[in-house]
Ligand binder design. Sequence first.
Ligand code: HEM
Length: 443
Amino acid sequence: MKTNKLPAVSFFKVLKNAKQILKNPLPFHEGNFKRFGDTFRIQLGFGKEVLITRDAEFAKHVLQKQHKKYFKSELQTKDLGKYLGKGLLTINGNSWLKQRRLIQPAFHKKKLEILTDTIKGTVLEQLERIQPNKEQDLYEIMNDLAFQVVAKALFSTTDLQNEMRRLQEITAVVQKMLIKEIRQPYKKWLFSIRGDVKKHLDLMIDAKKIIQDVIDRRISEAEEKHDLLDMLLNARYEDGSKMSQEQLIDEILVFFIAGHETTSNALSFMLMLLGLHPEVQQKCYEEALAVKDTSSAFEQLKGYNYIKKSIEETLRLYPPAYFTDRLCIEDDEYKGIQVPKGTNLLISFYEIHRHEEYWEQANQFDPERFNVSDKKQNSEYYFPFGAGPRMCIGNNFAMYEMMITIAELVKQYEIVSLPSQIEVEPLITLGPKSVRLLCKVRK
Ligand code: HEM
């Protein structure tokens, strides 16, 4: 069957629902999946369309089995790359493979072991900002925490606070601009003539300068720090050469962008879920308390089994990377559907994670689904970090960071407020709308 025989949402319908789609496309997608099944087309006008799927096998086919036939879309390469440059997240083909091979060892579990004490120290510092017995926006704290953790893992030094604050400000402002450009493509000309794009590109030049200065300082110090920057400076391509400074800066920017908002969103969702499920919170607390504080942060992680399952379940219900997209670069076929070169594909991880055929009582929060015995089966339908060779390079880093944060937070505080419901805000990543929670100090 040709893809043009698949059911389609007309451009007229897209226009009619434009306001809702701009605000939150998830209900629009859900309604159409119910109506048309697991894969359908969305017409975008001027002959353009996108194939959207919540078929887990199709997702594996595209991301893993036939990944060579699919590249990252313009959105991830051109639009994001305009600001970020040419780092792992925004490049394709051989240049991506070369970078991935070079950088992967820095994220190996053995290397991360060295970083976990730094991660824990930063987490504890940030948690001190929680004000007990007062309703407070915990998102802000989680956001700063996740940014600082990436900053410390990369640069280890403590004397970069002003620089890192400025870097955080810039990345936040530029991300806002990017969302405008993606959601309102018809206003691109306006953003351009008004100078908005130039202004934000200039900000990114400032951001790159900050990173450049940190690297220059490190090189002149000639002292080993055992952090990510050291690992990247010491990494060598197969021919023995090292990364250019320009490439290194782009990669560092990618770690900040890919690694900070995703993690802070996941942590924020988890805190809300703990507020809504005191029995889960209690179990996390008991587990965290049972782990002795005397061993290294890495050793302690081994005791956090239930906390890990709770995070995994949070990422199922609220995957911060709630979709990904690809462009087909070579004719392909999946279960009788012919996918011609040039097809744009949108894979909804959010919908796969809540698919009733894959998950029992899919909308319920139940960490027990992630018991070791069910894990293999679940992994067929579970994509919080993507799949295949372009799977998240920071997945272990993020899991360690989140396990440490949740363990340390529930040891000190009890989240006592019951949020009435969790409202999502789907931007570039999926985040919660508001995370106002009240924490009580544990006696
Ligand atoms: C909860 C936290 C995180 C989530 C949910 C997440 C999710 C993802 C997903 C789904 C992808 C694949 C996207 C695709 O296939 O199109 C990805 C890629 C990536 N992530 Fe993460 N991520 C997280 C944390 C991190 C952290 C902490 C880092 C680094 C410090 C990081 C760095 C990257 C990079 C560099 C890529 C691109 C990999 C490549 O294309 O080779 N992520 N992430």
